[in-house]
Design a protein around this ligand. Structure first.
Ligand SMILES: [Zn+2]
Length: 385
């Protein structure tokens, strides 16, 4: 297959030869109508495939209050009444994100003493169903806490042995009220199983910063540089610049990455400051049409726009930065080694109508074509049969 007169993110034009599932050559461009802007596959660094209710009739959000703890209670009720399995709704969401050009994702999967490993089993099935189209990394996520959901520590350990890739965590202080106990548990499982960690941290202010610092210190002490992420880390956006900068230096030194989804109302980590200080920053959708959020569609170009909007980004270089969060940075954090538009690289690409990456982030055009290992998998925003 040859994609004629295709525009690359660096502004150059080429005919792109795809052969045996790989990019075989960038050739001089043919004098034909332009094919479009070629992007590398999008990467969703934080999704919840087991939570989504996508495909079901609309479910109104019924959380009694606006705290994380209120939403945990509401979700347990929604779970009990759901009329389609997590396998079915998870597959609905994977199909939707594939059609938008996302080929790599990290999903958190709820593990607690009500569910046991039921959601993990469902999402392991989904991963198997789509293994030829997508890489799906799984985090065993203690959504109900660890100390306050007895039995969860053992379940997290069992989840890793059954196929989850990383150990999750949740607000060690805000939910469990036990910073050291929570981190002792999850870092011990990670060490025993040789797994990385990705910890949800909503706690803000100085308490949140203390937790970020504790995670960085343990990451360094355990030699887990590059294998630990903190998701949300709202605290970094809610403290004075100097404290955020010092915390960023510790994150960079210990190799802890930060994930943001461009939160609606909560403080957002200062993306440019983190990057300037050498911290890896990546992005994800977080909740999509579930008990936590009515919003979201899994489109990582939309997500890049939202993050840029929240950060008050305007220049092309800033839009290119948020594009990096939803592509190459995500691939680095997820350990997707075979990634990127280069000769010899995988023939995985996304085509849109735009004159530049910046325009693609600003306008989020429909995906004309999504190609996976040289095969057309989606056209005009829909999966091909
Ligand atoms: Zn999440």
């Amino acid at each position: 297959m040859i994609l004629r007169n295709a525009l690359l993110p660096d502004g150059s034009r080429h005919d792109i030869e795809l052969k045996d599932g790989r990019i075989a050559a960038f050739l001089p461009p043919s004098a034909v109508e332009a094919f479009g802007l070629i992007l590398p596959p999008l990467v969703d660094g934080h999704i919840h495939l087991d939570k989504t209710l996508l495909g079901l009739p609309w479910v109104p959000n019924q959380a009694a209050g606006n705290e994380v703890s209120d939403r945990i209670v509401a979700e347990r009720e929604v779970r009990a009444r759901r009329t389609a399995s997590e396998t079915e709704t998870g597959a609905n969401l994977v199909k939707q994100v594939l059609a938008s050009g996302t080929l790599h994702m990290r999903t958190h999967v709820d593990v607690d003493n009500q569910l046991g490993l039921r959601n993990l089993e469902a999402i392991l099935q989904v991963r198997e169903q789509f293994r030829h189209l997508a890489t799906i990394e799984i985090v065993a996520f203690p959504q109900s806490g660890i100390a306050r959901s007895p039995g969860t520590a053992e379940l997290l350990d069992e989840a890793i042995s059954q196929g989850a890739d990383l150990v999750g965590g949740l607000d060690p202080v805000g939910i469990d009220g036990d910073l050291e106990g929570h981190l002792d548990t999850i870092f011990a499982i990670a060490a025993r199983r040789g797994a990385g960690l990705d910890i949800h941290l909503h706690d803000g202010g100085e308490s949140g910063i203390a937790q970020v610092m504790a995670i960085a210190a343990r990451t360094k002490a355990n030699g887990l540089n590059g294998k630990v992420a903190i998701s949300h880390a709202f605290a970094l956006g809610s403290v004075p610049h100097d404290l955020a900068a010092r915390t960023a230096d510790s994150l960079a030194e210990s190799g802890v990455a930060i994930m943001s989804h461009g939160p609606g109302a909560a403080a957002m980590p200062p993306i440019k400051l983190l990057r300037e200080r050498g911290v890896e920053v990546f992005a994800g959708s977080d909740n999509i049409r579930d008990a936590w959020s009515p919003f979201g569609n899994g489109d990582m170009l939309d997500r890049a726009m939202m993050i840029g909007y929240r950060a008050n980004f305007r220049h092309d270089s800033d839009l290119e930065l948020v594009f990096d969060l939803v592509t190459a940075a995500g691939a680095r954090v997820l350990g997707v080694a075979d990634y990127g538009l280069r000769v010899g690289g995988p023939a995985d690409l996304v085509v849109v109508e735009a004159a530049s990456v910046a325009e693609a982030v600003a306008t989020r055009p429909r995906r004309k074509v999504v190609i996976k290992t040289g095969r057309l998998i989606a056209r005009d925003g829909a999966l091909v049969p």
